[in-house]
Design a protein around this ligand. Structure first.
Ligand SMILES: *Cc1c(COP(=O)(O)O)cnc(C)c1O
Length: 305
């Protein structure tokens, strides 16, 4: 696989003399976009190699990039998929779920309360009773093998000679992998896409690495997650329009916002080479484009640009 990167510039970047590249994981595959491809790859490979092709079951919200990617992968490789979806079935189905269903994913809607307890053995048991044999993939596809697969992302880059790299954090598997695989001299900045403290986010990362019996590498900064998951506010909406259709609104846009703020405050010395990991998720835009359009004009303050 080849991962392309594109050089990126704007007035702020020129003013601060930075050399910025966007690592385009979002362009790796038209449907299994971004980091989700790397997270699913070990499971798919195992399923195909074993020849058994057990159905794959996983979890997500109704705009889940993970379920969307899993549904397509299942369709492509001829493996049955089951999506356990949080909340009531929207009627009509939203575009994400429509896609998933058209690729043959069996959708199973559960209440928010049940969803919260989805790792409880009773809940898992009930799923086995209902769906028979399947392989359970954790929410977001995050597992030690997914972390390892994400560590391997670095090996597909034509160039990895960066002083800084930024990536978003959801379950943290991608960031943990990038941390594990990064060149020693590259400093990783992790930006939570949910409202958690830097300390909480750091402990998520350390948990992933502990599960794999490796220690935290040097060269990590974790930021506070400054806005709730899934929420686009007026500033983010307005920032989205600076590069329409470049960033997904839930993860990579927040990373870009954090990058702009750090650049503004001269965190990166002049001449620094900075990589922004575009982890994909563009399909999710269909769920909040109208919100972005509505909110963007409301933003009054200066953008961090
Ligand atoms: C799922 C997702 C993430 C978060 O990845 P984790 O490994 O769960 O931290 C980041 N960006 C996008 C676009 C995603 O869809």
């Amino acid at each position: 696989m080849h991962i392309s990167s594109s050089s990126y510039s704007n007035a702020l970047i020129r003013q601060k003399c930075l050399d910025v590249s966007i690592i385009r994981l979002d362009l790796c595959h038209p449907q299994i976009s971004g980091n989700k491809w790397f997270k699913l790859e070990p499971v798919l490979k195992r399923s195909l190699d074993s020849g058994k092709r057990r159905p794959l079951l996983s979890f997500g919200g109704c705009y889940s990039n993970h379920l969307h990617a899993l549904a397509y992968a299942g369709y492509h490789y001829g493996i049955a998929t089951i999506g356990v979806v949080r909340g009531e079935m929207p009627s009509p189905l939203n575009p994400t779920l429509q896609d998933a269903e058209s690729w043959g994913m069996k959708l199973h809607f559960v209440s928010r309360l049940e969803y919260r307890n989805k790792t409880h053995p009773d809940f898992t048991q009930a799923l086995y009773e209902q769906f028979g044999d399947f392989e359970l993939i954790p929410e977001g596809g995050s597992s030690p093998e997914a972390v390892l697969s994400c560590a391997n992302i670095w090996s597909f880059l034509a160039e990895s000679d960066f002083d800084y790299a930024l990536c978003p954090l959801g379950t943290g598997a991608t960031a943990a992998g990038l941390l594990l695989g990064k060149p020693r001299d590259c400093h990783l900045v992790v930006v939570p896409a949910l409202q958690i403290s830097a300390q909480e986010a750091r402990s998520i990362l350390s948990q992933h690495l502990t599960e794999m019996s490796v220690s935290m590498p040097e060269g990590l900064t974790v930021l506070d997650g400054s806005s709730p998951y899934g929420k686009v506010n007026a500033e983010l909406a307005s920032l989205w329009y600076k590069n329409p259709n470049l960033w997904d609104p839930l993860y990579t846009l927040k990373m870009y916002q954090a990058f702009c703020r750090l650049a503004m405050s001269d965190t990166f010395p002049h001449g620094s080479r900075v990589a922004l990991f575009h982890t994909g998720g563009m399909q999710g835009l269909r769920g909040c484009k109208s919100r972005i359009e509505r909110l963007a004009p409301e933003f009054q303050g200066p953008l961090p640009l």
